[in-house]
Design a protein around this ligand. Structure first.
Ligand code: FCB
Length: 479
């Protein structure tokens, strides 16, 4: 259980712990046609009728492209010492190939300099789901060449920012890119082809490996290269062998498909068995696994909620929700014999159950599986239906309680021997939540979508106090 939130048992973190917030380019930047930027798959997808709630898109988003100085000042005012953001590939290399656009690189250089000037450590994610549309038109992630293009882009950004950014993340949540993008189709590019999704997963792995090598050749050796996985905590409903096998299958499709080759240099044999009717994996070429299995400097874990599964009595192909949207196509190729169940506990506005024990479990799993590899929680947070009071302030005690519970779970993992070096709250401010448009507010800072004014919620003040003191304040302090 998480530690109790009483002042008598202060939850204190190591002095060097990073207290950050995370965002991604398409979710916050806007300015989609400025500086030579061309459309990414998310521009195309969000402008396709019926793909996002209310047809919403990131054309303006929260206009961070023009307001980045104020946003950095706001983070500094709160007391954060780290910030994770992503680079828009289409801004830097608009067609996904060829020379870089200086205006695009300059934007990120200015952002980084602004952060460094106020003592906030930048962590750059190279890919948070926004593939240049031209590369999708050429085949997208199921196409091998996309991995080579990504390595070239990594090299460009590494050369441009490697002198001032120490922390690098190649991919954010490749599971979503592969399986929501190409199998269930709730995310861009919206394809529903299970064989293509597995091919995409392999090429994302390859892209990660090639980009890791490219970054290392482009940057000073002191820099750290990692990736962020949305590693699922998969729990069986019972110890019945059929339910255990169901959990194992989902674990392969959620986790093993990425950490197998990346951390251990091999795909799980059981993954091949689970997917044999869908693909023969013949696109895994000689040398690929060596290229993928690069030594890493750290691992990023994104965690929101656990999954509860069982064997299904009957074939479950058909409509189901996967957390990021509903589709009649499954994001789990080869797992139509697995049923997903409601996890117990209170829920956030996404319908995701709140369970900090899952975060502890996840951290301890990777502590065992990747011994010696420093861990960062690169995303964790909750959506609530926040509204300003008549006095203009935004009170979000549920989010404070969510953050307290999960940060206490992180601290407990540290006491249990895990090497967790930092935590990035998702998200700094309300933003474009993909298929849900602007409907779901994950921010610690409230954004008025009429004026784009930012107002720190009480959770931002609470989290800022934790960041400044290294100790979790009691949950009621900021109310
Ligand atoms: C993660 C994504 C992030 C945001 C949160 C809620 O899967 O990386 O962009 O959508 O979920």
């Amino acid at each position: 259980m998480p530690e109790p939130a009483t002042p008598a048992t202060p939850v204190t973190f190591p002095p060097a712990f990073l207290w950050g917030a995370a965002t991604s380019a398409y979710q916050i930047e806007g300015a989609v046609r400025e500086g030579g930027r061309t459309p990414s798959i998310w521009d195309t997808f969000s402008h396709t009728p019926g793909k996002t709630a209310g047809g919403e898109h990131g054309d303006i988003a929260v206009d961070h492209y023009h307001r980045y100085r104020d946003d950095v000042a706001m983070m500094a005012g709160l007391g954060l010492n780290a910030y994770r953001f992503s680079i828009s590939w289409s801004r830097v290399q608009p067609t996904g190939r060829g020379p870089a656009v200086q205006v695009g690189l300059d934007f990120y250089r200015r952002l980084v300099d602004e952060l460094l000037a106020v003592g906030i450590k930048p962590a750059v994610t190279l890919y948070h789901w926004d593939l240049p549309q031209e590369l999708e038109d050429a085949g997208g992630w199921p196409e091998r060449d996309t991995a080579d293009r990504f390595a070239e882009y990594a090299q460009i950004v590494g050369e441009a920012l490697g002198d001032r950014v120490e922390q690098w993340i190649t991919l954010n949540e490749p599971w979503c890119s592969a399986f929501l993008g190409y199998a269930s189709g709730v995310h861009a590019p919206g394809r529903t082809d299970p064989a293509a999704s597995l091919k995409a997963a392999h090429h994302l792995n390859l892209a990660h490996g090639l980009a890791t090598s490219a970054l290392r050749s482009a940057m000073p050796a002191r820099n750290s290269v990692a990736l962020s996985l949305n590693s699922s905590v998969v729990r069986p409903v019972s110890q019945d062998p059929a339910d255990l096998a169901a959990a194992r299958k989902i674990d392969d499709l959620a986790n093993g498909v990425f950490h197998g080759p990346i951390l251990h240099g091999a795909y799980p044999e059981s993954l091949f068995a689970a997917t044999e009717l869908i693909t023969d994996w013949s696109y895994v070429e000689d040398g690929d696994l060596r290229a993928i299995n690069q030594p890493l400097d750290a691992l990023g874990l994104n965690y929101y909620t656990p999954a509860l599964v069982s064997a299904a009595d009957n074939d479950l192909s058909g409509p189901r929700a996967d957390g990021h949207g509903a589709s009649q196509f499954s994001p789990w190729p080869g797992a139509d014999d697995v049923a997903f169940h409601q996890t117990p506990g209170e829920r956030t506005e996404m319908g995701w159950s709140i369970d900090p024990t899952g975060l502890h479990e996840l951290i301890m799993r990777y502590t065992r599986e990747a011994p010696g590899l420093p861990l960062y929680i690169t995303e964790n947070g909750a959506a609530y239906d926040d509204k300003p009071d008549p006095d203009g302030r935004v009170h979000d005690p549920e989010r404070i309680s969510y953050l307290h519970g999960h940060l206490a779970a992180v601290r407990r993992a540290v006491s249990d021997g895990a090497d967790v070096r930092g935590y990035y709250l998702w998200s700094l401010m309300d933003n474009f939540e993909w298929a849900y448009g602007y409907e779901k507010r994950f921010g610690a800072v409230y954004v008025d979508y009429g004026t784009l004014a930012r107002t720190p919620k009480s959770s931002a003040l609470w989290y800022g106090q934790a960041a400044r003191t290294g100790t979790l304040p009691p949950v009621a302090v900021a109310e």
